[in-house]
Design a protein around this ligand. Structure first.
Ligand code: BG6
Ligand code: MG
Length: 213
């Protein structure tokens, strides 16, 4: 059997909070006069930390912002985003994701989350997955964001498995790079499916069931 452990990214893999991220950043952009923040810009923010995501957005502004202003802007975005997260419930976990996660658990795989988000625990609770995973490593527990492998290496360590026995599942190219840098094979959804470093392109999370069986 391939891979004893599976490490999932959260936003855009377990749930569609990637859309909330985009909408919240777009709202923030408009509040500071950036009217051309596009989905392609949002895609560049996938996987990277909140402050780096802000940096990507501010490239579109002619204004210069101080460090304090940047911190305030990131907090403003997070408040908008948290309001959106507050509308989520267990029904926001798709049937495909739910059945895949439970089937993998039943087959004896060790399952972890490895996310850059500091909102990870809150999101998992809203989805009814607060106690589901064997390990959760989030943005509060790392000092270097993806594409650094720290988040996945910590998750593998908590699972008690070596990187080559864990599959990382990602929707971000930064996440696939992080996985490869840590010695993990990676499965990719969305843009990450077509990325050259992705060993297993997925059309839906349930494709994992054949890959790891
Ligand atoms: C990642 C997202 O999962 O988390 C990024 O793909 C986001 O877009 C990052 O910037 C940090 O999230 P948060 O919730 O801590 O602002
Ligand atoms: Mg993601």
């Amino acid at each position: 059997m391939k891979f004893q452990g599976i490490i999932f990214d959260l936003d855009g893999v377990i749930c569609s909070t990637d859309e909330f991220h985009f909408l919240a950043w777009k709202q923030l952009a408009e509040s500071i006069g950036i009217t051309n923040f596009t989905r392609a810009d949002g895609d560049l923010q996938r996987g990277v930390s909140r402050m780096e995501s802000l940096g990507i957005l501010l490239r579109k502004s002619e204004r210069k912002f101080s460090e304090e202003e940047k911190i305030a802007l990131a907090e403003q975005k997070n408040n908008i985003y948290r309001q959106m997260l507050g509308t989520m419930s267990e029904t926001d976990l798709s049937e495909n994701v739910r059945t895949t996660l439970f089937a993998l658990k039943k087959s004896g795989k060790k399952l972890a989350v490895g996310s850059s988000s500091k909102n990870t625990k809150y999101i998992l609770e809203r989805l009814g997955l607060g106690d589901f995973f064997d390990a959760v490593v989030d943005g509060n527990m790392i000092s270097r964001g993806k594409p650094d492998p720290e988040v996945f290496l910590k998750a593998a360590e908590l699972l008690g498995l070596p990187p080559d026995d864990c599959l990382v599942v990602e929707d971000a190219t930064a996440g696939i790079r992080a996985a490869r840098a840590g010695g993990f094979e990676a499965a990719g959804l969305g843009d990450a499916a077509a990325f050259g470093m992705t060993a297993y392109p997925l059309t839906a999370l349930s494709d994992l069931l054949t890959i790891v069986s």
